[in-house]
Design a protein around this ligand. Structure first.
Ligand SMILES: Nc1ncnc2c1ncn2[C@@H]1O[C@H](COP(=O)(O)OP(=O)(O)OP(=O)(O)O)[C@@H](O)[C@H]1O
Ligand SMILES: [Mg+2]
Length: 226
């Protein structure tokens, strides 16, 4: 269960003050596939960064598995990011000089998983996300966008996270490939009972999730699925 309580994050610059996350309270049960929609600049990425502990809130709590992320020590936060969270980004963010399988193995290496197990799990994950076997040893530059996103989803799953945070994972893909990637995330959330939160602009896609949150100017509300 993810529970966000009265979360706030402001950005103050010389001539401007933006309340990017404005007193947001939300809860997402285990295994749920949820979407966050909202206009550009509404605060979606800021909220995901806070949940993923890539950024610190000004106030509020983020409870994951009964632990408050906002109160964790630096050492604990590193472990939290590595073991409990999987990130998927619009630009894939794969390491360019590592092959697909090496990219998926890397988070397991940081987590001290033995080599043999890393190879086996990475191979199984790449198969699960539907990457053809001959692509496993290619570097990202020699893969299509859809293939790269499959690799980054496999990488996100590497350490069996409780929560996957995906920021516009289909934003760089054509609509057909985007649909396939989205369905892949959906089936994984069911199969692995992983909670997934996806930021998307595509309301058609968002309509297929279990729950939709909408952000307007940093304020979040739950949107009825129509
Ligand atoms: N590091 C920062 N410094 C100053 N302002 C920031 C910073 N990060 C975000 N903001 C501001 O906070 C607001 C929310 O930004 P955020 O990136 O969360 O929006 P978003 O909903 O993800 O938009 P998009 O759909 O374009 O990705 C925006 O007004 C943005 O300019
Ligand atoms: Mg964003």
């Amino acid at each position: 269960m993810l529970e966000v309580k009265k979360l706030n994050r402001q950005f103050v610059t010389e001539d401007n003050k933006v309340h990017a996350v404005n007193n947001i309270t939300m809860s997402v049960p285990d295994g749920m596939f949820a979407a966050i929609v909202g206009k550009s600049g509404s605060g979606k990425s800021t909220l995901l960064s806070l949940i993923g502990a890539l950024d610190k809130p000004d106030s509020g709590d983020i409870m994951v598995d009964g632990e408050d992320v906002t109160k964790m020590s630096v050492g604990k936060l590193t472990k939290y990011r590595r073991q409990k969270i999987g990130f998927v980004f619009q630009g894939y963010n794969l390491i360019p000089n590592l092959t697909a399988i090496e990219n998926v193995m890397l988070p397991m290496e940081l987590n001290h998983v033995p080599k043999k197990e890393r190879v086996e799990r990475a191979t199984a994950l790449l198969e699960e996300v539907g990457l053809k076997a001959d692509r496993h040893v290619r570097v990202p530059g020699r893969l299509s966008g859809g293939e790269q996103q499959r690799v980054s989803i496999a990488r996100a799953l590497a350490n069996k996270p409780r929560l996957i945070l995906a920021d516009e994972p289909t934003g760089n893909l054509d609509s057909q490939t985007g649909k396939v990637i989205f369905e892949l995330l959906h089936s994984l959330s069911r199969k692995e009972n992983t909670t997934i939160i996806v930021v998307t602009h595509d309301l058609g896609i968002a309509g297929k999730t279990d729950k939709i949150f909408q952000i307007i100017d940093g304020k979040l509300s739950e949107k009825g699925v129509s």
